[in-house]
Design a protein around this ligand. Structure first.
Ligand code: ATP
Ligand code: MG
Length: 326
């Protein structure tokens, strides 16, 4: 039996951070052998929040280097740019007829972005973000979509669009399901609920060891633990969440000594810094190989685009046939 497909993407808005890693990339790596995986650089989706395209190419390379550095295998897993496969735009157009404006206005992820980025007038394409994403997923008949929690409402819209198409024209698309990791929402260094580039509270995958240390030193912890010996509340502390992911063996001990007041935040942060750096060391090393050979990264994309294009063309010919177009 053919392997089931996974489709997931990210917007090339700069270097990736640990939120992207624990929320999505970790699953991409884990599942790439079990499923046939496709990973998309959502370069059109960038335009929903930034019309300036000067940085897109460079950001694409940076992001794909992060993907490669954490272990996405270019031999088995096509990585490709949305803008280079014309079928994304075509399927987006068809799908935009299958969803109402009211449904898209209810999307909680859009509401969060409007708030976080202080958007006053929402552009049509931003409202349509999940419609383009539905086209991205369904063009490859993705059955599983490994994403962070903020993307779950978009996968739900994708399911609804798939159902609507299948009912109207005949069965073409699966109804995909999100695949979440244990850390589907990693908090930011400011103590805020989500690590996010636009909130400026990130640790990058490509961060230098010194910068990891500096950033953690300034991170917000339990606001009630002011002096070293004050008893702490690990459940409200971002650093404790980082320990859970990057230092699980020491978690029981840290929890106990934080609560009792034996462990101060400075030492706790140093432990965390060491563990995160230990985790990032091999990733940094692998990344540096690609940093010195950016042509290789472009070749990987071009190769991925050839593979993705074949699948996209097949799906679109099925769509045309069912819709009796052409
Ligand atoms: P940011 O949210 O930092 O501005 P972005 O909006 O450019 O980045 P997306 O393309 O929205 O990035 O996210 C890529 C993937 O990473 C999505 O699957 C998203 O759910 C996941 N993700 C992003 N931030 C986090 C986080 N803090 N915790 C868990 N998953 C996250
Ligand atoms: Mg985001």
């Amino acid at each position: 039996m053919a392997k089931k497909r996974i489709l997931s993407g990210m917007r090339p808005t700069g270097k990736l951070h640990l939120g992207h890693y624990v929320g999505a990339l970790e699953n991409w790596i884990k599942l790439q052998n079990e499923y046939e995986s496709f990973h998309l650089v959502a370069d059109y989706h960038v335009l929903t929040t930034n019309l300036n395209t000067d940085e897109i190419y460079n950001n694409t390379l940076e992001m794909v280097m992060d993907w490669l550095a954490v272990g996405i295998n270019p031999e088995t897993t096509p990585m490709f740019r949305q803008s280079q496969i014309k079928e994304h735009a075509e399927l987006f157009l068809i799908f935009s007829m299958l969803v109402t404006k009211a449904r898209l206005e209810r999307n909680p992820t859009l509401k969060d972005q409007i708030r976080d980025l202080n958007i006053e007038n929402v552009i049509y394409g931003h409202l349509g973000y999940p419609v383009l994403q539905s086209a991205d997923i369904l063009l490859y008949k993705g059955e599983k979509v490994p994403v962070g929690e903020d993307q779950v409402p978009h996968v739900e819209i994708t399911r609804e669009i798939a159902r609507k198409f299948n009912n109207q024209y005949g069965l073409v698309f699966p109804e995909p399901e999100p695949l979440l990791t244990k850390f589907s929402r990693l908090p930011g260094l400011d103590g805020g609920s989500k690590m996010s580039k636009s909130l400026n509270n990130t640790i990058l995958i490509s961060e230098t060891p010194e910068d990891v240390q500096k950033k953690l030193r300034k991170a917000v912890t339990d606001p009630q633990k002011i002096r070293r010996n004050d008893p702490g509340h690990p459940e409200v502390c971002t650093i404790f969440t980082y320990h859970k992911r990057f230092n699980p063996e020491e978690v029981p001990e840290i929890e106990k000594s934080c609560r009792s007041g034996e462990l101060g935040c400075v030492d706790c942060k140093l432990k965390c810094t060491a563990k995160i750096n230990e985790f990032l060391d091999p990733i940094r090393e692998k990344r540096s190989v690609y940093e010195n050979d950016k042509n290789k990264v472009l070749e990987i994309l071009l190769d991925g685009e050839r593979k993705a294009s074949e699948v996209a063309k097949e799906t679109m010919s099925e769509v045309h046939e069912k819709m009796k177009l052409g």
